[in-house]
Design a protein around this ligand. Sequence first.
Ligand SMILES: NC(=O)c1ccc[n+]([C@@H]2O[C@H](COP(=O)([O-])OP(=O)(O)OC[C@H]3O[C@@H](n4cnc5c(N)ncnc54)[C@H](OP(=O)(O)O)[C@@H]3O)[C@@H](O)[C@H]2O)c1
Length: 305
Amino acid sequence: MSRFVQQDVIADPFELTLVDRPEPHAGPGQVRVRVAAAGLNPVDWKIASNPAAAQAFGVSAPTGFGNDFAGVVDEVGDGVTDFAVGDRVFGGARGRAAADHVVVDPSTERLVAAPAGLDLEVASALTIAGLTADAVVTVSGLKEGETVVVSAAAGGVGVLAVQLAKQLGATVIGTASEKNHDFLSELGAIPVAYGEGLADRLREATEHVDVAIDLHGTDLVEAAAELGVAADRIVTIAAGPNPPHGARATGGTEASPGALDRIARGIADETLILPIEARFPIERIDEAVALQRSGHVRGKVVIIT
Ligand SMILES: NC(=O)c1ccc[n+]([C@@H]2O[C@H](COP(=O)([O-])OP(=O)(O)OC[C@H]3O[C@@H](n4cnc5c(N)ncnc54)[C@H](OP(=O)(O)O)[C@@H]3O)[C@@H](O)[C@H]2O)c1
């Protein structure tokens, strides 16, 4: 048997049940992964709680839960040549990652070889955050010597976006609550508090902002427009498809080719970090989701199977 987190109704609040089901098997072209860990993202609880969001992501109840995972390949179907039993991998399985086993089709779903030295718990939290962090930096056109503000800079996407921007040679300002200011300084960013008066605090922190990357609502979009940042250099992932002030909505689908491999190698060789704030055994998934949903996690929350 194989444990699987199941959800029967998409509603808010939602109920997750850990069930035993027969082991799934890899069909032709498919790969089965023995999941070691499944990283959580805000989109997981948004899909679980909102029928419109679930429909937009092609999820319908009954369903599983989660997207990001990492583990070891333990079965390959006929015709699979890129993966073999024993490979350490990570990737995305929409609506079913929180489980002992996931079966994925690498021709349509993301499955990436984990480089030596990349811890599987960290790998399990990498897919959505890594792709999205690369996308926001890439789409913004950020260049060496420019100044960028990243909001929600200590969150899952933010912590990677800050480091990618630093690696490009930008000056990085990150918004966070006070508890994360020292952490952002350690990453080489200038910390600024989010909330009311953000534009004024940014004026105090810097003479000029070239790029704004808004990862939470529209506060930074508003502040950047007030500071005169060009509309095509204001990028957002959390304001829906039509953000204000002509800002550019983007997402993980706009990541540059090879982004996940590069970020995974960066973490393996310790030139990047992705902190895991908390780990929960799969039996305690409700606590893990509640912590993720609280909106104040540093880095990621991970389910251990
Ligand atoms: N479009 C896409 O493709 C895409 C992809 C990934 C994520 N997203 C969306 O982007 C958002 C961020 O994702 P994530 O994974 O980084 O989320 P996350 O890890 O849950 O973000 C947590 C961070 O948000 C910060 N935060 C909380 N309230 C804030 C506020 N009022 N203003 C600014 N920052 C605030 C927190 O900072 P403190 O702890 O310091 O308070 C915390 O570090 C989510 O809405 C997610 O759904 C979209």
